[in-house]
Design a protein around this ligand. Structure first.
Ligand SMILES: [Ca+2]
Length: 293
């Protein structure tokens, strides 16, 4: 596919300006010693003024660890797949791809990247996040406020509605968890799709906007932050970012084209503790381990 084919409407998705909060993801996190002194002073001032200490707890959050990635596996990925959702299930990958007229849900061979089965999404929909909950494949769409449910053979079994935009999707074993491009995650009843609770995601007290593809990994929610090379690790109870993962350079620069092919795709194999990452239109799928810096 020529990259030029991406001009026009689909690019609106990739070219929305970064929202406030992106600065929180700069590698040079400002919470250095001087900042900590300032935070301590603010805490003392709040206490001296009779303020509730809890109002300063967020400010006093310790430095958030940063991780790089070590590549332990490098496998092919369909370079025409505009990846919006990725999960590992029973030895294979399931993937949702976006763009109007090219959206799909597919089952993919892990080792070769070959598409084992594929179902097109009607062209009026721009497919987004995907998860598998109790044998049901659940897929969001970007702005149509409609979701689809398939069986593991990718036969459509149900449609459902939600409000707002649909971006990423995962689950914690109890609730579906969806992102919508803001700093807020919604926890949904997996049977009725009703919102059970919302979670505001913050990094050192600041909202983290544009949360995109999601994966529940060892008790945390991992989220690609559009359109950056960063994944944030989120505590699903407090909403606090507990780790930042820097993917800079994961896809070799010569394999990157344009601006839309950003990191977006996290899958976790809990049985073997394997973490897989890819991006929109990336020709590679990486198995990685996180390394603390
Ligand atoms: Ca995922």
């Amino acid at each position: 596919m020529a990259r030029g084919a991406l001009s026009g409407d689909p690019l609106a998705h990739a070219l929305r300006p970064p929202r406030p909060g992106g600065a929180a993801l700069r590698p040079s996190h400002p919470a250095g010693p001087l900042t900590r002194v300032a935070l301590a002073a603010a805490l003392l001032a709040a206490l001296a003024a009779g303020g509730r200490a809890s109002t300063s707890v967020a400010l006093a959050q310790p430095d958030v660890p940063t991780y790089g990635v070590e590549i332990v596996g490098n496998r092919p990925h369909d370079p025409d797949a505009f990846t919006q959702g990725l999960v590992f299930h029973d030895g294979a990958l399931y993937e949702s791809t976006g763009l109007h007229g090219r959206s799909s849900v597919r089952r993919v061979d892990l080792e070769t990247g070959r598409v084992l089965s594929r179902r097109s999404v009607p062209r009026q929909y721009f497919a987004e996040g995907l998860t598998i909950f109790q044998g049901r494949v659940v897929q969001l769409t970007w702005q149509s406020q409609k979701g689809f449910v398939y069986d593991l053979g990718l036969r459509l079994t149900r449609e459902f509605a939600y409000t707002g935009e649909g971006w990423g999707l995962t689950h914690d074993g109890t609730s579906l968890i969806m992102s919508d491009g803001t700093s807020r995650l919604r926890f949904l009843d997996p049977a009725t799709f009703a919102v059970r609770r919302v979670l505001d995601v913050t990094d050192a007290g600041r909202p983290v906007e544009s949360l995109n593809e999601l994966e529940f990994v060892r008790g945390e929610v991992y989220a690609n932050v559009w359109p950056t090379d960063w994944i944030v690790r989120i505590d699903p109870v407090s909403g606090r970012v507990v780790g930042r993962v820097d993917l800079t350079g994961l896809l070799a620069p010569h394999e990157r084209h344009g601006t839309e092919d950003v990191a977006n795709g996290i899958a976790y194999d809990a049985s073997a503790d394997r973490l897989f990452l890819t991006g929109k239109l990336w020709p590679r799928l990486y198995e990685v381990r996180l390394r603390r810096r």
